[in-house]
Design a binder for this molecule. Structure first.
Ligand code: FES
Ligand code: FES
Length: 900
């Protein structure tokens, strides 16, 4: 398409500027790429996420939907302009910090800009007015509650936060240490920084779930398209054209060779000048495709005679999981009541607001990649293998991460960037589009779980039998972890003496399924907690009481034979809900007696989750040092993906060392300067890196004390790490391998929780509104209650989405208007109750909360739906059409019965 350049004059942040551009160019593009105003974020380029919101003549608009040709003489204000000029904004950003309203922070500029416009018009808005105003800005982390509170309280003076100079920081609501950068729009995410001479990359991908291909004349294509510098394919991978998070299962090529196994799989990458790359029509790329039959469901893929995606994996089974304890068949025969059901969940998209992005450059014989990632050290290892160089020759510099939730544990842009920059010896940049991010990156596993459970007449759980089938897509990713975790957790946090759980992760020609907050445990818990609800009902026992009676305690063995010992807080979580459970059920019954169309319901569900890797070493190493200026440097290799680990781990270290957190200088993760803290996943950073920080803090305290009371720091020599004194400590949780029946000690520490959901269903429309969710979580010790509440509220939002609206169908809905995630209007009131049953081995007793917060939300909502309408939706999500159909089916069955 021919471009016509026009000069357009606008007022940008109070200054008149001239934009020379095609009038159709997006304002967001001009702001970021030409004016480097990267506080304006781009999450979708389609008007769906609101991350790009700016003020146009004082009104919030999506800058991605605003063409610069619409702007002559307009006044555009970005977050950078508000930082300098708006008192309202100033109060708002402080309120965001105090309330913990920014987690990953990628949505924060859009939220702040929109809220500034609201407060300029309405200084004291109601909660409904805040929700209406922010309805167009998506947040995937916070669950919106703290954002609503922050906006509503912005013009009030009270502070919800504790000062950072507090002498004893553990347990304090200290503002997150990386918060200022986020509320100023200055945090650097994957797409926000690039060397001026960067080339751009475009990845060519398979249009079919399964296909063979052959390239045409690539050289000629490069010649015919001025500005193209090189085209890379599998033959250009200098080392191993294969990577994967589990080395033993590594199977994913950087570029496919002759055959692609899922829609969106990469076959080539074109590098060139940014404008040339933007102008390429992928349909003109010289490649011939031959579509092949595709295996879409696990049933097809594991059927006898089905072709194999990977020759070494019979029946397309990637891996099996197994935990067997006692004699399940005998116990089921002996049970007074046995219930049985099957539950299905679809693929779920992570839908972080930041698509994957980064740049790479070759520095001599080393490669440096700056990108958004949850796992810098794992990425370093794989990139070294791909380039055929040593790990020390690879430097990964993580940017701020605009949401990860598991998917940014896997490589995405990095292999393409590495190969291109290695050959070209020039910096190369790649930013995924929203459709590319959704189409090609990992998903939560789709699942089919069949289970049976039996209990005695007095309500003692006797047996559970679970069979789980997980669609793991074309490559291994985290499939082995999901297959291993689900059987361990499939009993729920209950004493189940006879147990059998068998799982399989099965390859299909679909996008790889990987890690997503909970590693399969949310899918298992949706089945198990609904089944136990049915069991309690058949037994005629109160559903909360049934759970309390069967809850694990300090002496009962888990289904892997582990006696956890002190710190099992599940019963306390249920008990914390009991009063509310009793009163709200009475209120619900009263409401329902006066309503024919609207029905309310109450549901409860419990959870447990092992913190850290399953029976595998997952050490974290923390280094700290006293600087000559008297401040403490902390090398934070633990990537903060929004959950607050920078702050929590520093609080732990500060308490152990005996100094306030405002005396710390944070050196963020960088594989060249920080020791390995492992990946940010599996709710391990507070527990594992927190323990390493605790040990380092104690060590440094001893060394400082040994210096005496008043040394001249300027005069002291520096140690080998460049500090006056320094300490480095490693912590690795004590676990034991599981035997062939899955018996052993898979985790050193567990988090526990229970949610109580109150919902309202419209029986005619099938719509379901979650009114309120009360979440009790045993966190061992609440290191920073504000950050924990943020995790809980965000987990509730993702659980609600999983229960009611989210399903990724490969090939469809690769955007944020077809793939729906909860908006601010979908969120209920959330009350968090923090239970502190200290872990004997957690830092100050603390346990993880990241995954835990999501797991019980969906089953609690689904149990509430049953309570309200007497229906179970066995294939999630429970969308209004399914709810309405189930209500009608139930009504006609009842009518049929009455005619019998
Ligand atoms: S980037 Fe503009 S609305 Fe998402
Ligand atoms: S804090 Fe809103 S998307 Fe992460």
């Amino acid at each position: 398409m021919m471009q016509t350049l026009t000069t357009i004059s606008i007022s940008l942040n109070g200054k008149i500027v001239a934009i020379q551009s095609d009038p159709r160019t997006r304002l967001s593009h001009v702001l970021r790429e030409e004016f480097h105003l990267t506080g304006t974020k781009v999450g979708c380029d389609a008007g769906d996420c609101g991350a790009c919101t700016v003020l146009l003549d004082g009104k919030p608009v999506c800058s991605c939907l605003t063409a610069v040709g619409q702007l002559p003489d307009a006044e555009v204000t970005t977050i950078e302009g508000l930082v300098e000029a708006s008192q309202t904004f100033d109060r708002l950003q402080k309120s965001f910090l105090q309330h913990g309203a920014a987690q990953c922070g990628i949505c924060t500029p859009g939220m702040l800009v929109t809220a500034t416009a609201l407060l300029e018009e309405k200084p004291a808005p109601s909660e409904t007015e805040v929700m209406d105003a922010l309805g167009g800005v998506l947040c995937r982390c916070t669950g919106y509650r703290k954002i609503i509170q922050a906006v509503a309280a912005a013009n009030q003076s009270e502070s919800a936060a504790a000062p950072a100079d507090t002498a004893s920081p553990v347990g304090q609501r200290i503002v997150r240490l990386d918060g200022w950068r986020k509320v100023l729009g200055r945090d650097i995410y994957g797409a926000d920084e690039w060397p001026a001479d960067s080339l751009a990359l475009r990845v060519i991908r398979s249009p079919y779930p399964h296909a063979e291909f052959s390239f045409g004349d690539l050289e000629n294509f490069a010649h015919e398209n001025p500005g193209i510098h090189a085209i890379f394919t599998a033959r250009d991978v200098p080392g191993r054209n294969c990577y994967g998070v589990h080395p033993h299962f590594a199977d994913q090529p950087v570029f496919a060779e002759r055959e692609t196994r899922f829609l969106g799989e990469a076959v080539a990458a074109i590098a060139g000048e940014t404008s040339a790359i933007a102008g390429i029509d992928p349909a003109s790329f010289p490649i011939e495709w031959k579509e092949l039959p595709a295996l879409i469901t696990p049933a097809e893929a594991s059927a006898s005679g089905a072709p194999l995606l990977h020759a070494s994996r019979p029946q397309n089974i990637l891996v099996r999981g197994r935990v067997v304890h006692g004699d399940v068949e005998r116990a089921l025969r002996d049970s007074a009541i046995v219930v049985e059901a099957e539950y299905e969940t679809g693929f779920v998209e992570h839908a972080y607001i930041e698509p994957e992005a980064g740049f790479a450059r070759r520095v001599g014989d080393r490669i440096e990649i700056q990108c958004c990632t949850q796992s810098p050290y794992m990425s370093r290892k794989d990139i070294a293998g791909i380039l055929g160089i040593s790990e020390e020759s690879v430097r990964i510099i993580p940017t701020a991460v605009g949401g990860g939730f598991g998917s940014k544990l896997d490589l995405s842009t990095q292999p393409f960037l590495a190969v291109a920059a290695w050959h070209l010896r020039k910096p190369v940049r790649l930013v995924y589009s929203r459709p590319e991010s959704i189409r090609c990156t990992t998903k939560r596993h789709a699942s089919k779980i069949r289970c049976r459970a039996g209990a005695s007449a007095d309500g003692k759980l006797l047996a559970m039998d679970l069979d789980g089938e997980f669609n793991t897509g074309a490559y291994a990713s985290w499939g082995p972890t999901v297959a291993a975790r689900v059987p361990i957790h499939g009993s729920g946090p209950y004493d189940v003496p006879h147990y059998r759980a068998l799982t399989r992760a099965i390859h299909t020609n679909l996008v790889p399924a990987g890690a997503f907050r909970g590693f399969g445990v949310p899918q298992g818990t949706i089945a198990q907690e609904q089944l136990y609800d049915t069991l309690a009902e058949k037994l005629g026992i109160d559903k909360l009481e049934f759970r309390v009676r069967n809850a694990l305690d300090e002496t009962s063995p888990t289904v892997t034979g582990q006696v956890i010992g002190p710190g099992v807080g599940i019963r306390a979580c249920f008990e914390a809900l009991r009063d509310h459970w009793n009163s709200v059920r009475l209120e619900t019954a009263a409401f329902n007696s006066g309503n024919r169309t609207l029905r309310r319901g109450v549901g409860v569900a419990g959870m447990w989750y092992g913190c850290g890797n399953t029976s595998l070493a997952n050490p974290s190493t923390m280094r700290i040092g006293l600087q000559r200026n008297g401040r403490i440097a902390i090398h934070m290799g633990a990537v903060d993906i929004g959950q607050g680990s920078f702050t929590v781990v520093t609080q732990i270290c500060a308490e152990a060392l005996g100094v306030p957190v405002d005396r710390f200088d944070l050196l963020p993760a960088d594989t060249d300067i920080s020791p390995d803290c492992g990946k940010t996943s599996a709710s391990r950073q507070t527990f594992v890196s927190g323990n390493a920080a605790f040990l380092a803090g104690k060590q440094l305290r001893e060394k400082i004390d040994a210096l005496g009371s008043s040394p001249d720091l300027q005069a002291l020599p520096l140690d080998e790490r460049g500090y006056v004194v320094s300490a480095e400590a490693t912590y690795d949780p004590p676990t034991k391998p599981l035997d062939a029946n899955g018996q052993g000690i898979p985790y050193a520490e567990y988090g526990f929780g229970a949610h109580l959901a109150e919902i309202e269903v419209d029986l005619e429309l099938g719509t379901l509104k979650v009114l309120r969710l009360t979440a009790a979580h045993d966190v061992g010790r609440a290191i920073n209650p504000t950050l924990i509440e943020g995790q809980i509220e965000g987990g509730v939002a993702q659980g609600l989405g999983m229960a009611l609206m989210e399903e990724f169908i490969p090939g469809k809905g690769e955007n944020l208007h077809d793939y729906l995630i909860p908006t601010i209007g979908d969120m209920p009131q959330v009350e968090s109750i923090l239970i502190e049953s200290p872990s004997p081995i957690g830092p100050f007793g603390a346990k993880g909360i990241g995954e835990q917060a999501l797991i019980p939300a969906a089953p609690a909502i689904l149990n509430a739906l049953y309570d309200a309408a007497g229906i179970r939706i066995r294939k999630l999500p429970a969308t209004p059409d399914k709810i309405r159909a189930a209500i009608r089916a139930k009504a006609s069955a009842a009518q049929g019965n009455s005619h019998d």
